[in-house]
Ligand binder design. Structure first.
Ligand SMILES: Cc1ncc(COP(=O)(O)O)c(C=O)c1O
Length: 397
């Protein structure tokens, strides 16, 4: 028997390998590990959202729903997103799905054909490249530049575009860099998208996690962009609901119909009681989520301050998500490491601190001179202090 050729092209999120490595440690050592590797809130789902799901099950809300989601949820999302992103959205613009991640797959399946080129941010979330390849498209990595606060080099981006370019993927705020695209960058991206008639997949899963009193702007808010933009968003991060699997796409009604048809063909619909919980999350108080965001901002300040206090490590506080992407080039040189992956491996071996190297986040050019490590600050302030103090010993000691 032979597997499909496309399986050769299906990538993965290798970050999970580090987590299973820790799981294999003896229990006392596992206890000692401080992990900055996991990209999910360490907070629990707010109580009223859990109660809504429990009530829903008790009321036997356990049957199929329409493929695009229950009308109450589509309406609640439309109302919320219209305010949050300064857009005019109705439920026809919303498709509810069992994860935000699935929207990457559906967007490429719906808007591109084999041989098309798709531009994606690099460093970036590794699933983009994997999904581009599996559909027979060509991934074109667009470098994000540390000196541009991890935004695009727009001139370089322009040169990557040609008549085969069909889509550009944005991740705003960005994983792993924590960067938020400036209005200037959004304007330039809009111009390119219109000029080349591109689809824009705008992954905004971290859009409520922005700091320094920043107001988040979606590229879809700019003139003539709503029609060609697919906003990917969901409940995992802002509502601390990673395990619930609840996401939504916002786009034009035709594309939303196609997404619903994909849902009918694959998963039928999103779990009914999970959708009911989603309505409660949208309609009731979001105070617990905003309190979580404030804590993330404090942690960001703390982790950046402590990291910058280590010789050979530097980071400019990023404005969003819950990651910092620290430059460890000098620390690697000092320790004689060939790259950040060796930094990551030795740090776990010697100090029981888990982090993720640049290698996990998209294509790394052999001539890349700088080395980076992603820290997720989904850990308590005590763990941040202890973890970074161990890293200081590791680098300076
Ligand atoms: C950039 C980015 N997009 C999408 C997702 C997937 O979100 P979900 O868990 O809601 O499917 C993640 C999760 O880590 C992410 O970092």
């Amino acid at each position: 028997m032979k597997y499909a050729d496309r399986m050769e092209r299906l990538g993965t999120e290798t970050a999970f390998a580090v987590l299973s490595q820790i799981q294999d440690f003896p229990p006392e050592r596992r206890e000692h590990v401080i992990s900055f590797a996991i990209g999910e809130p360490d907070f629990d789902t707010p109580e009223h959202i859990k109660q809504a799901a429990i009530e829903s099950i008790n009321n036997n809300r356990t049957h199929y729903t329409p493929s695009a989601g229950i009308p109450e949820l589509r309406e609640a999302i439309a109302e919320y997103v219209s305010k949050q992103k300064n857009l005019n959205i109705t439920s026809e613009n919303v498709c509810v799905l069992p994860s935000a991640k699935f929207i990457i797959n559906l967007s490429i399946a719906t808007c591109t054909d084999p041989g098309d080129e798709i531009i994606y941010p690099n460093p970036g979330y590794p699933i983009y490249e994997s999904q581009i390849r599996v559909f027979g498209c060509t991934p074109i990595a667009a470098p994000l530049i540390e000196e541009e606060e991890w935004g695009f080099d727009i001139d370089r981006l322009r040169n990557l575009m040609n008549d085969r370019t069909k889509m550009i993927i944005l991740n705003n705020p960005n994983n792993p860099c924590g960067s938020v695209l400036s209005n200037r960058q959004l304007e330039a991206l809009r111009e390119l998208a219109l000029q080349h008639d591109l689809w824009v997949l705008s992954d905004e899963i971290y859009s409520n996690l922005v700091y320094d009193n920043l107001t988040f702007h979606s590229i879809a808010e700019l003139p003539d962009m709503q029609e060609r933009t697919i906003i990917l968003d969901g409940y995992s991060k802002f509502f601390a609901m990673t395990g619930w699997r609840l996401g939504y796409a916002i786009s034009n009604p035709q594309l939303i119909d196609y997404f619903a048809r994909w849902a009918t063909n694959t998963i039928s619909c999103t779990a009914t009681f999970v959708q009911d919980a989603g309505v409660a999350a949208m309609k009731e108080s979001m105070d617990p989520s905003w309190a979580m965001v404030r804590q993330f901002e404090e942690r960001r300040n703390l982790i950046c301050e402590r990291l910058n206090d280590i010789e050979g490590i530097s980071v400019t506080p990023p404005k969003g998500a819950f990651y910092v992407f620290a430059n460890v080039t000098e620390a690697c040189e000092k320790k004689g490491f060939k790259d950040s992956l060796q930094f990551q491996e030795r740090l776990l071996d010697e100090q029981d601190v888990a982090v993720l190297a640049r290698n996990f986040f998209g294509h790394k050019d052999p001539d890349e001179r700088q080395e980076y490590i992603r820290f997720s600050y989904c850990v308590s302030t005590e763990d941040i202090k202890e973890g970074i103090s161990r890293i200081k010993t590791f680098v300076e000691g």
